[in-house]
Design a protein around this ligand. Sequence first.
Ligand code: CTP
Ligand code: CA
Length: 228
Amino acid sequence: SSFFQQKMQLKGKKALVTAGPTYEAIDPVRFIGNHSSGKMGYALAEELANRGAEVVLISGPVSLKPNSQNIQLIKVTAAEEMYNQCMKHAQDYDIAIMSAAVADYTPLQKAEEKIKKSSSELEIKLKKTKDILASLGNLKTDKQILVGFALETVDEEQYALKKLEEKNADMIILNSLKDEGAGFGKDTNKITLFKKGGEKMTYPTKSKELVAKDIVDSIIEMVHSIWP
Ligand code: CTP
Ligand code: CA
């Protein structure tokens, strides 16, 4: 399709994207976090906006800034805030892509004051966070497209398919860690897409901007069959 057609593909559609890490507070000065840079999620938000979508980008703490006017940025810190913001938009998105590296566990309690060092060992009890992708999967209508990521170190395909099924997603994007150019903090990524219905697509290593184009193309291909 022409550049103009491509630009308009998602006109009038709403997209929800999560990006970056979450920080789970231990005390007023410490947190449990991860190395997610947010680059993949921000690239996806830009690509969706470039195709004409109105994008809500819910982002954990990263240093990136969105460029497009069509991106509404909502900054959050912890997994629970990210969950609450996503739930506010659960009814009104057409496409949701969950690319955030959400903490799976958060401290049971946040200490009011800075924890002082004392004994030689310290235990911090953690509790499971809510799964945002699975929660959106529960609420999903048949007109909404829900996409998640999977990061695995063993049995990649098997776990990716399990996530597709258990979270009621339409597509899971497997990040290949085996590839040198892929993953956290890098500017490139290597992905395999698993679609509901069994289709599997593998792509070569590319810049995260080009990976975002591949993902959005693949989503647009899917929506042809469900949107009038
Ligand atoms: N995810 C989420 N909310 C969470 C945890 C994960 O929305 N509390 C989403 C991620 O954004 C991603 C997908 O679920 O789109 C898979 O995340 P991943 O960490 O690979 O899998 P988990 O389901 O958390 O399982 P595990 O870490 O044990 O592999
Ligand atoms: Ca996880």
